[in-house]
Design a protein around this ligand. Structure first.
Ligand code: TXA
Ligand code: MG
Length: 364
């Protein structure tokens, strides 16, 4: 067990806390901190021993490469071999921000950081705490999401403390993050960018900037098979997953609600506590459908988590991981989720739901 220094940042302690955290990182220690996407678990990206501390704290397979975070463009050149001409446009459009780019790595970047690959993922986050911290450390900071491997990424300080207290040297609590899903990851080693992980920044936005962008065929394939009613479970890693069993229902707006109504009734009558993640509009409709069928006692077996309006998928993204964890805290056995359309950030939401549900995504 490590002694973990934990601080809730405020105006008064900001400067001294950043200085202290920066010094820890410089000394090869691990510090968790907020970024605009999710909380990261940072260590000096150029220090192999420090990097081992990350894998240990997370219980992460060491062949899973880390994203290296920088706070200025001067930090980029020493980390990479070359840069395709179109990358300048991407940097101007999206950095600092929620997109990581994969380059061929410079020899100085340890293979421990890149999971043995000859490429390195780099991101300049926009969160003021992340930028100030990297500046204070004076070195590039490798940072995966600050969760135990397999759990949902933390979007509030409380869940970083839950997972990482006693495992890391420091935790900076900077409140709730803005995006709530991890960055878009793109490979920029080729003639055009290729999306490996969908995020807030979409294919359409990238095409607008550089004229071309593809999605990794592995992702497309999975999306194609979304049309199949029952998805093959048991994908390579369980990811973003709470303890409760997750199932996702998407398709015709009203039919999904009718399906949820039946599922909730069945669970509640069997006295099995169920969490339901849904839009505000769904809740208004569903609670009317269910009201005459449930007793006050029955209602204790269902917990609703509102994901914002159907017109605002950004709120769905922001609340998703936190609500998955809160459903677990409420000792729900099962989590039923209304799936979303794959427009905009919806693609990233469905990608995370696919992993969290281990493929239990049902088209209604
Ligand atoms: O938003 C984010 O990116 C957050 C915050 C903390 O910045 N970080 C994050 O890191 O999500 P992590 O480790 O949870 O996810 C990194 C993803 C993994 O899917 C990893 O396989 C991929 O990026 N990745 C990193 N380097 C790569 C490389 N060289 N080639 C292919 N994939 C890479
Ligand atoms: Mg992660």
């Amino acid at each position: 067990m490590k002694e973990t220094w934990i601080v809730e940042l405020n105006e008064d302690n900001f400067k001294s806390s950043i200085e202290k955290a920066g010094a820890l990182l410089k000394a090869g220690k691990t510090v968790a901190f907020p970024t605009e996407t999710v909380y990261g678990l940072g260590a000096n990206a150029l220090d192999e021993k420090a990097i081992l501390g990350i894998y240990e704290a997370k219980g992460r397979p060491s062949d899973n490469p880390l994203i290296v975070h920088i706070s200025s463009l001067e930090m980029l050149a020493p980390l990479i071999e070359r840069k395709q001409p179109y990358v300048e446009k991407l940097i101007r459009a999206f950095w600092p921000g929620p997109i990581a780019m994969i380059f061929e790595k410079a020899p100085g970047v340890p293979l421990k950081t890149t999971g043995g690959l000859n490429t390195v993922a780099i991101r300049m986050p926009s969160h003021p705490v992340a930028l100030a911290l990297i500046d204070a450390a004076g070195v590039p900071i490798a940072a995966p999401s600050a969760n135990i491997s397999g759990k949902p990424s933390p979007t509030v300080g409380k869940y970083v403390v839950c997972d990482m207290n006693g495992r890391v040297d420091g935790i900076l609590d900077g409140g709730e993050v803005a995006v709530g899903l991890e960055s878009t990851v793109i490979d920029v080693t080729g003639d055009f960018p290729v999306i490996l992980r969908p995020g807030k920044i979409t294919k359409a936005q990238i095409i607008e900037v550089v004229g071309a962008c593809e999605v990794d065929p592995a992702l497309e394939e999975k999306d194609g098979s979304l049309e199949v009613v029952a998805r093959a479970p048991g994908m390579k890693y369980r990811h973003y997953a709470p303890d409760a069993k997750v199932s996702v229902y998407y398709g015709d707006y009203t039919q999904v609600l009718i399906e949820l109504e039946a599922l909730i009734l069945e669970r509640v009558k069997a006295k099995r506590k169920v969490a339901v993640l849904l839009f505000e509009e769904d809740y208004a409709f569903l609670s009317k459908l269910l009201a005459p069928q449930l007793t006050e006692k029955d209602c204790e077996y269902v917990a609703y988590f509102l994901q914002g309006s159907i017109k605002q998928l950004e709120t769905f993204a922001k609340n998703l991981f936190r609500n998955l964890r809160e459903a677990d805290e409420g000792a729900c056995e099962e989590i039923l989720i209304r799936g979303v359309s794959e427009e905009g950030i919806g693609k990233a939401i469905m990608n995370r739901l696919e992993k969290a549900s281990e493929g239990r995504i049902f088209k209604i």
